[in-house]
Write a protein that binds this ligand. Structure first.
Ligand SMILES: NC(=O)c1ccc[n+]([C@@H]2O[C@H](COP(=O)([O-])OP(=O)(O)OC[C@H]3O[C@@H](n4cnc5c(N)ncnc54)[C@H](OP(=O)(O)O)[C@@H]3O)[C@@H](O)[C@H]2O)c1
Length: 312
């Protein structure tokens, strides 16, 4: 099978490429960088150099690659994970998904691609009791950045799923952790926790769903192989309240427990989105992915072998 990957050099793209090659697939990978193209070629990938905003160039490389399946993992997110850096990155990230994604989808249709798999986000389901599933609406009335992001995602997902003549699959990933992510031991979130800058807000009852990037890649390969058109939530088996995972994370980093701040303090210092993430976020069920993709995620790395984890 011939696969074309956009976003191949990012945190999920790297393990994804390795797993696709291990299955014996022919992989073409998009990059803007001649240096990264060289590295990709050394791995056994056929590089395609183009900027996703250049519609003609995208059309040319997709047509040349003749893929059966296209995987879109495009993002433009900062290495730092703060409300300010995320806000500053949001416009370009949206544009990459909206305009870049449109160019890639159009090129895929013109090249007769059979299946198109797209990255989406699992943690913006509308708040409520219990776990969200694929039918749960997105949080379009939540705090400003979450509401904006939810509306953007809804549009992107709809665009793909309503496009005729192509099998559209949306993978809503949980919070990435693992090599290169914000939550790796050398990542920005870890640094903030060490500096006591990542507090538990209010009661810490926001529920987060996590996924190791290698498991996210494995689910993506399964979606390529045997997914059905539609949405899949890709997260591990145990969504966790912030007050639990953040304690365990600090222990895993061998650093003192996180501080507590009230909702009022958090609103003042970090804004409404931080309060949403800390107190209202809803976890998701991975039942559909387990059933249809034989998805078998590992337990969250810092919930294994830490005292907090064993007490919970
Ligand atoms: N669910 C989640 O929690 C989630 C999801 C996504 C990202 N993140 C976080 O965000 C941070 C950065 O993620 P990342 O590694 O994916 O970002 P990244 O390293 O910036 O990778 C983005 C990918 O998109 C490609 N790309 C960006 N703009 C492009 C353009 N104009 N034309 C063609 N390709 C373009 C890049 O290709 P080239 O640079 O090779 O051209 C690269 O492959 C990480 O900490 C990650 O954990 C989290």
């Amino acid at each position: 099978m011939r696969i074309f990957v956009a976003g191949a050099t990012g945190v999920i793209g790297r393990p994804l490429i390795a797993q696709l090659l291990a299955k014996g697939y022919h992989v073409t990978a998009l990059t803007r960088s001649p240096e990264k193209a060289e590295t990709l070629a050394e791995q056994g990938v056929e590089p395609a150099i183009a900027d996703v905003f250049d519609a003609d160039a995208v059309q040319a490389v997709v047509t040349r690659a003749q893929p059966d399946v296209v995987i879109e993992q495009l993002t433009s997110l900062p290495k730092t994970y703060t409300p300010e850096s995320m806000q500053a990155a949001a416009a370009l990230n949206d544009r990459i998904r909206r305009e870049g994604g449109a160019n890639l989808l159009k090129a895929s249709l013109a090249a007769g691609v059979r299946r198109y798999v797209m990255q989406s986000i699992a943690f913006w389901a509308v708040p409520g009791a219990g776990l969200a599933d694929e039918e749960t609406p997105l949080a379009e009335d939540a705090s400003p950045a979450v509401a904006d992001g939810s509306r953007t995602l809804k549009g992107l997902e709809y665009r793909l799923l309503e496009t005729p003549n192509i099998e559209g699959i949306v993978l809503r990933y949980g919070f990435f952790y693992g090599p290169g992510t914000w939550y790796a031991a050398d990542g920005d979130a870890a640094q903030q926790v060490r500096q006591q800058q990542f507090p538990i807000v209010g009661n810490g009852e926001g529920v987060w769903s996590w996924i190791h990037v290698e498991d996210a890649a494995a689910a993506t390969v399964a979606a390529v192989d045997r997914g059905n058109s539609g949405i899949y939530l890709i997260a591990d088996d145990r969504p966790l309240e912030v007050r639990l995972w953040l304690w365990a994370y600090a222990q895993w980093l061998n650093t003192p427990p996180p501080p507590h701040v009230s909702v009022e303090q958090a609103l003042r210092i970090s804004g409404a989105d931080a309060v949403y993430y800390g107190t209202q976020m809803r976890g998701v069920s991975n039942a559909k992915a387990k059933r249809e993709l034989n998805f078998q995620p590992r337990p969250l790395e810092w919930m294994v072998n830490t005292a907090v984890a064993q007490a919970s």
